[in-house]
Design a protein around this ligand. Structure first.
Ligand code: ACO
Length: 428
């Protein structure tokens, strides 16, 4: 028998259906609540609201579990690649060899942006943050695809998804080169996804960047670990925009804006800025942690804490383990890694962090690896955006393919002035 929840309101008892997820997650379906009672539910910042039913990514925040389409992130990190993970997330299954070959071929086919796009880059000031440029340019890239706003069958969707996934790294690299006043470097057919991105970032017209396989693998892993994370702020934004039937590129552009904030994707940049501040001040981390605990100036230990994980973020475990190896293999010694480890150790033995279940998240160590590869600080969040693109595309698709999907439209509890008369300006 289907489970229901009973709710007593104003002396009336109503029954609401209970939905069970495939991993046993239970939700009370409140869709009929207002019609039955006149009440709405209230959940500021959606911390206990399931906004959709999804088949893409599973997280158990208490146990520190993350799975893409059922596959544990640890197995993906160990054996897969970013492009394969992207396929899995977007199309719902691991590709066979032919499918992966075909998808990689599409990524190569679409890697070049329209030549006229180069003029758009001219309009940005050197000081423009690459996330602002990326968001604008993704939307601009959509203008070059006339069929983007029409009906889209499976083949057309595959092409649009490949085009977006491929071009986001070209746009990202071009925007970096632009802010540095450097000439744009075109992608090469011979290179695979991540290799090509590093080539476009760091080659020069007169000299190719020597692509280091350690750097390629490290960045590919960072992309893969960021590829999806269920209903986070930017993915929920993408779904929200998709629900209005806006096109894929417009939705991804909105996702980039949501990701930019320091409480979300911007945290990887904020972690390095925090570690640098600690080093500049000659602090071993003790003074900084004291300020955090006393909430001085609203300071937070960036890269710690998560809305869903109340345990270790499994991505942080993988990245931390990997960071030592990468730095060693690249021959980089970074004092910030030592500070980060000291901070983590101190925080994990401190009641302030333990009581609030604050553990390192994916951003705590990812910046150290990106620094070692040579990625500039203000590109860190852009790297996150490239990585998150498959998740956004998969979530876009889920919204658009749901025959029951309606436009996302939350309600509110109005707390403003009650009805009051308009006062003419001379009487105010
Ligand atoms: N440092 C110090 N204290 C913290 C931190 C932190 N990083 N995070 C949360 N807290 C404290 C809060 O001050 C609050 O304390 P209180 O109970 O005394 O008021 C308590 O923990 C609960 O915090 P909330 O803000 O309610 O937690 P929420 O779930 O809203 O926030 C968030 C999650 C935004 C990630 C938060 O932990 C944070 O700001 N972390 C630092 C930024 C960061 O690393 N963001 C990346 C997140 S992962 C990602 O987007 C990939």
């Amino acid at each position: 028998m289907a489970r229901t929840a009973k709710l007593e309101l104003d002396g009336k008892t109503i029954e609401l259906p209970v939905i069970e997820g495939t991993e046993g997650e239970l939700a009370v379906d409140v869709q009929t609540l207002r019609a039955k009672t006149g009440y709405i539910t209230y959940d500021d910042s959606y911390s206990n609201t399931g906004s959709c039913q999804s088949r893409i990514t599973f997280i158990d925040g208490e146990k520190g579990i993350l799975r893409y389409r059922g596959i544990p992130i640890e197995e993906m990190a160990e054996t897969s690649s970013f492009v394969e993970a992207a396929y899995l997330l977007i199309f719902g299954k691991l590709p066979n060899e032919a499918e992966l070959h075909r998808f990689s071929g599409l990524l190569t086919r679409y890697q070049m942006i329209h030549e006229d796009m180069k003029f758009h880059f001219e309009g940005f000031p050197h000081t423009g943050h690459p996330m602002a440029v990326l968001s604008s340019m993704i939307n601009a890239a959509g203008c070059f695809i006339p069929e983007l706003t029409g009906e889209c069958d499976e083949e057309c969707f595959e092409q649009q998804a490949a085009r977006l996934l491929s071009q986001v790294r070209t746009l990202a690299a071009f925007s970096y080169r632009k802010t540095m006043g450097l000439p744009a470097i075109y992608p090469k057919k011979a290179y695979k996804y991540t290799e090509n991105f590093l080539h476009m970032m760091f080659s020069d017209p007169d000299e190719d960047y020597e692509v280091n396989p350690v750097a390629v693998r490290a960045l590919d892993l960072i992309f893969l670990l960021h590829a999806d994370h269920e209903q986070n702020c930017s993915t929920a934004t993408v779904r929200m925009v998709a629900s209005s039937k806006a096109n894929l590129f417009a939705c991804a552009s909105a996702g980039v804006c949501a990701l930019w904030g320091p409480l979300h994707g911007g945290a990887n940049q904020a972690v390095i800025e925090m570690l640098e501040e600690i080093r500049r001040e000659g602090d071993d981390g003790t003074k900084f942690l004291d300020q955090v605990k006393h909430k001085e100036g609203g300071k937070r230990l960036m890269g710690f804490g998560h809305r869903v994980y109340k345990n270790y973020d499994p991505r942080a475990v993988i990245i931390k383990r990997y960071s030592d190896d990468v730095l060693r293999a690249l021959g980089v010694k970074d004092p910030l890694l030592d500070i980060a480890k000291r901070l983590e150790d101190a925080a994990l033995h401190d009641s302030y962090f333990l009581e609030r279940k604050l553990y390192p998240n994916v951003d705590f160590y990812s910046g150290i690896i990106m620094r070692a590869i040579g990625i500039p600080l203000d590109m860190f969040t852009v790297i996150f955006a490239i990585g998150r693109m498959p998740g956004w595309i998969a979530n876009f698709r889920e919204v658009r393919e749901n025959p029951e999907a309606r436009i996302y439209r939350p309600r509110q509890v109005y707390q403003g002035p009650t009805k009051s008369a308009y006062v003419p300006i001379e009487k105010r």
